[in-house]
Design a protein around this ligand. Sequence first.
Ligand SMILES: Cc1ncc(C[n+]2csc(CCOP(=O)(O)OP(=O)(O)O)c2C)c(N)n1
Length: 344
Amino acid sequence: MTTSLSVELAPAGEAWKASFLAALHHMTAARVLEEKLASLYRAGGRIVGGVYLGKGQEAFSVALGLQLSKGRDIFAGLIRDQAGKLAFGEPMLDATRTYLGSALGPMRGRDGNIHRGRPKEGLPAMISHLGSMVSVVAGMLMSRRLQGRLGDAVGGTAIGDGGTSTGAFHEGLNLAAVEKLPLVVAVANNQYAYSTPNNRQFACANLVDRAKGYGVEGYEVDGKDLLACLQVFQHAITRARAGHGPQMVVGSLLRLGGHGEHDDASYIPDTVKHSEHGRDCLQLAEECALERGWATMTELAALRESSQKEVDRALAQTSREPSPDPYKESWRALATSALVDEEK
Ligand SMILES: Cc1ncc(C[n+]2csc(CCOP(=O)(O)OP(=O)(O)O)c2C)c(N)n1
């Protein structure tokens, strides 16, 4: 169920079918891709650095990424936003090339797997310091405004429950609110900031209550319910585009795994894992598609199979590509435009 501070959303009807199925496609592709990356990591040798999954958060992530448009808007995902990135239009090869260290990847094979980006296309490279991306997107929107080329663009970014406790989050959101920037902040409340539970992370009754303190419009949604997520983000994006300033959407869900693949999440009690929060959003989306007659079992199986093929193709291509030459000091990805241009 969706509850919100400022709007009651109507039940989603047939009009949502196309978006729902497109979202389901990206959720499935992200899940299959990430499962494969996790198994390569466990096998050892091929993936250097951590592997971070968005399992359980795909519905929330995809709903924002899908409804922003590449070329006009900005989508700044975090480590659990593989689904949203694919939906926004990041090629799957960007992920496989970065994880497998291909020199042809957007970060030239020099990245720790998740800090990739295509800033010119509205996909800023992720910064690991929690909260920073709020400031980055606010800054991008401000700079476009000052240059007179903001138009009706919206900047979307993601953050976790833990990230909302940082100074960067406060400063970024406060500035965005004062400047009435068209920013949509997706707060994935997966109940834990690494191993820190919500009751040790914030003292307000609901995380969304923080929105009021910043003077931004806030919404709460079941982050496992794809239709509800699509609806609430559509509403928030429309409000931001129409000049109502920053929007904060808090999705409740559970990370279905560890912080990264190195973490077994043993600190999450079984009672929480088996609670309503712990239900798998992908499975719920498939059940919803079947119930509404939007897909058959055969079509869902075909979707999994085509995602598997897409992942296999991306990995096969990446595995034939060169690694960066460690003897060549070409340490640059998006560092400066001069260096990037020099490589062309
Ligand atoms: C400013 C800052 N402090 C600490 C860290 C170390 N750190 C990395 S992830 C993490 C927990 C993040 O929790 P949350 O924001 O809830 O996101 P989740 O991992 O649960 O998706 C921490 C403390 C960091 N990256 N940045």
